[in-house]
Design a protein around this ligand. Structure first.
Ligand SMILES: [Zn+2]
Length: 538
């Protein structure tokens, strides 16, 4: 049975009431009043610095108090550096003594192992080991510390730069130390505090976010100052093969890109875990460069309900992905405004915001690769449709009773225009990305057989493009994708053939544009969601 002080704070909030030297609130009575307000609001325990503060607050409450004494040695902050300090805190009324159990060189008095032993033997109080790393926690547990606190993560030379709560450290502490873990440091929202408990923490200490009006004000001031028109966003693109993320500025320039294999075969949890890891990496890289994101945009395979931020439907490329609430997932973890779209739609938004579409109000974009991605922009807005399926151009029929498409239907455009279709027209044996790449190279070198294969695809695509012009009468159809990279002759042929098929085609001259949009279009378009949302709010 754990001691009473520990039971009282289990699964509950401990509030750290401290003030920096020189702060207008650095005053015993001010701290006493702040503690009183925290207790009245439901705090289950307090963390206090100095025997004066503890003695003053102890007169008002029986709640558990974690006592510390902050002292500076050679400019380095130490927490309760010697036994004499611990004894003072005990006399003042502390129930738990927290002390510095990091591996930093010890310059004064006994080593902390010895202080733990004396606190147990002479003061009969619990010891909370404030550590920065897993190794320090294991050493503290071995030396008899009763509780482990994450307090010093980010404050030692070894962990410098950790300016966010280290969730993986918490996970390992819970798994490996066999001690109750108190999460402390860098917890700034109720959601983060709740997540520490969900991750196995015994209790959570929150300080500055509650008790320091100075630092709370500074956060607001900083947020307002950084929200200028130059603020970049983070774009994420979740595909069946890889998850990519990067910083995207207001002109569409992408930097600090990170990419990891999706591990889609392992299902939803794995896709989510990889996504979280990629975003964490990109956020950290940007943090080091001093970047603060305006928000998070996520493009994903499957149909996306953009309003709810959920995956409405997904193919076997992303097994188990349907039903997943991407936005709630990301907002819960990263506390950034998050916007979600289908990956093909995101690529269209990238074209609209940063590419050839930026001078158009009505166009249809088609991306050609292993399949056909697409989207429709009307009046400067992307058409999403009721379930997020609008612009699924690959699955409109161009040959009644034609080839079987992988959607199950016959004669879809995608069954005739894709890397597999190119290999087939060339006379290749099976669909192979490497083979398609080779045919593309041969066509660029003027090889007649390769050019003939492209020409066959152009004839099919012209059927689809003519349909699009007949139905929507757009200003242009914008083609992009790896399949047609550099193939200017292909684009010109589609234009000529579509004009011949089109109702009043000669007069209308359907405009087909060739966009250089590449692999990062989905990520750029995802970030564009953030910029568009901001403008809608303005
Ligand atoms: Zn189909």
């Amino acid at each position: 049975m754990p001691p009473k002080a520990l039971l009282q704070i289990k699964d509950r909030l401990v509030v750290s009431c401290q003030a920096s030297p020189g702060d207008p609130l650095d005053d015993t009575d001010a701290i006493r009043r702040i503690a009183g307000a925290a207790i009245a609001a439901g705090a289950a325990g307090l963390r206090l610095n100095s025997s004066e503060h503890i003695a003053a607050v102890r007169r008002d409450t029986d709640l558990p108090i974690i006592g510390i004494k902050k002292q500076y040695f050679d400019g380095q902050l130490r927490i309760t550096p010697d036994f004499a300090a611990a004894a003072e805190l005990a006399t003042a009324g502390a129930d738990i003594i927290a002390l510095d159990c990091t591996h930093r060189p010890w310059t004064a008095g006994d080593p902390w192992q010895r202080i733990i032993e004396r606190i147990h033997r002479e003061l009969r109080l619990l010891v909370m080991a404030d550590i920065a790393t897993l190794g320090e926690a294991l050493a503290a547990a071995a030396a008899g510390a009763d509780i482990i606190g994450t307090t010093l993560n980010g404050y030692t030379e070894e962990t410098r730069g950790n300016d966010a709560f280290d969730w993986s450290l918490l996970k390992e502490l819970v798994r490996q130390t066999g001690r109750p873990i108190i999460a402390e440091g860098h917890i700034s929202t109720p959601e983060e505090a709740r997540r520490t408990l969900q991750s196995g923490a015994w209790s959570v200490v929150v300080g500055s976010a509650i008790t320091r009006p100075g630092s709370i004000t500074a956060r607001f001031v900083h947020a307002l100052a950084s929200r200028s028109l130059d603020t970049p966003a983070i774009g994420v693109d979740i595909g069946g093969t890889s998850v990519k993320a990067g910083w995207v500025d207001r002109k569409g320039n992408v930097s600090l890109v990170t990419r990891l294999p999706t591990k889609a075969g392992e299902g939803r949890d794995s896709i989510a875990a990889v996504t979280e890891q990629v975003i964490e990496t990109v956020l950290a890289a940007g943090g080091h460069a001093g970047l603060v994101p305006a928000g998070l945009g996520i493009a994903s395979g499957g149909a996306i309900n953009a309003r709810e931020g959920t995956v409405f439907a997904a193919t076997e490329n992303l097994p188990g992905w349907a039903g997943f609430n991407l936005r709630a997932f990301a907002e819960d973890r990263f506390h950034l405004s998050t916007y979600v779209a289908n990956d093909a739609h995101a690529a269209v938004l990238a074209e609209l915001r940063f590419g050839l579409g930026s001078s158009l109000s009505d166009f249809v974009a088609i991306t050609l690769g292993t399949g056909i991605g697409g989207g429709i922009v009307s009046g400067g807005k992307l058409l999403r449709g009721q379930h997020g399926f609008a612009g699924t151009l690959g699955h409109h029929t161009i040959r009644f009773d034609g080839r079987r498409c992988n959607c199950g239907r016959l004669g879809c455009l995608e069954a005739y225009v894709s890397t597999a279709a190119l290999v087939r027209e060339y006379g290749g044996q099976q669909d192979d990305a490497a083979m398609a790449l080779e045919i593309s190279r041969l066509a660029l070198a003027g090889d007649p057989r390769a050019l003939k294969a492209y020409s066959a695809l152009a004839a099919y695509l012209a059927e689809g493009v003519a349909n699009i012009f007949n139905i929507l009468d757009p200003q242009a159809v914008v083609l992009s994708g790896g399949l047609i990279e550099g193939q200017a002759q292909f684009v010109a042929e589609v234009e000529t053939r579509a004009a011949a098929l089109l109702h009043f085609g000669a007069k209308r001259k359907p405009r087909i544009l060739h966009s250089p949009a590449g692999q990062l279009a989905g990520l750029q378009g995802a970030a564009a969601l953030v910029f568009y949302a901001e403008e809608d709010l303005a």
